[in-house]
Ligand binder design. Structure first.
Ligand SMILES: [Zn+2]
Length: 289
């Protein structure tokens, strides 16, 4: 399931292919994903210039010159691919789409940009979503309105986090996964953050000292920034591979490493896995308390 760094990598990958370009053709190949697509979606996209690609939590917001914003959520299995028309000279009457292979199974939305580049949204499990919003009020959309601050933004700091966690009787792991407290943090990056800060995942959030809570903020930023950087390097070869964005190899210190030795120097303990709220937590029983 894509987490914030993967979504940010997709956004950065789409940016050069879409921003400043006009959507010449929109092929909406089914009526819905997780929810029904908006009415007249193809017509509302066709001929519109993409002015900006933003990200809010795990949503990509594509601002169009029509005053509408295309919201894209990758869900569990959504994938975006970019297929440039390399080596094709000239504009074939503006109709490039015949030059691309026919859409594959699960290619639900296909956007052909005015330079012939094809952007495809493929989603086998169909938990993804797309919607068209008024750009001016896009962040008030029901999916976005109650989401907490961006972990890489200025509103997320030690004072804010301490205030939100102070009265929480839930485990810190659960609190950090709460999208109303902080946007876009998922299971993998919460496990990594807690290991780096030496905080046990089952520790009650409200019992942490202010100092320990404050230590979470730079750790969260570092973990996410490192993953975004790894995603950025994966973008450099997307043209050589299949054009798929956002899924990249990245190594984790504890996530998925049950039974392996803790990577802290001189620790010697092995990583343990427990299940919290139905999800695996990986941690070191010696380094995290
Ligand atoms: Zn350890």
């Amino acid at each position: 399931m894509p987490e914030l760094p993967e979504v940010e990598t997709v956004r950065r990958g789409l940016e050069p292919a879409m921003v400043g370009r006009v959507i010449a053709r929109a092929d909406i190949r089914r009526p819905n994903l997780r929810w029904a697509f908006p009415e007249n979606m193809a017509a509302r996209l066709t001929g519109k210039r993409v002015e900006r690609l933003r990200r809010r939590s795990k949503y990509i917001l594509c601002d169009l010159d029509s005053g509408e914003t295309l919201l894209i959520h990758l869900g569990m299995s959504g994938r975006m691919t970019i297929a440039p028309l390399d080596g094709v000279a000239g504009d074939i009457l503006g109709d490039f789409h015949h030059l691309h292979p026919a859409p594959a199974k699960h290619d639900h939305v296909v956007l052909d940009m005015d330079d012939g580049t094809r952007i495809t949204f493929n989603d086998a499990r169909r938990f993804g979503a797309m919607d068209l919003l008024d750009t001016k009020t896009a962040e008030n959309h029901k999916l976005l309105a109650s989401i907490g601050p961006e972990p890489l933004g200025n509103h997320f700091d030690g004072d804010y986090l301490a205030a939100r966690l102070k009265s929480k009787n839930t485990p810190i792991k659960t609190a950090l996964l709460d999208q109303n407290i902080v946007a876009g943090l998922g299971n993998i990056y919460v496990c990594e953050t807690l290991w780096r800060t030496g905080i046990a995942p089952m520790r009650k959030a409200g019992t942490l000292s202010k100092k320990r809570v404050e230590s979470l903020v730079p750790a969260i930023r570092d973990v996410l920034s490192e993953a975004i950087a790894a995603g950025g390097s994966s973008l450099q070869d997307h043209r050589q591979t299949n054009g798929e964005l956002g899924y990249f190899q990245h190594s984790f210190a504890v996530y998925g490493r049950e039974g392996e030795p803790c990577q802290n120097d001189g620790c010697g303990h092995s990583i343990k896995r427990i299940v919290q709220s139905g999800r695996s937590s990986f941690y070191c029983p010696k380094c995290q308390s």
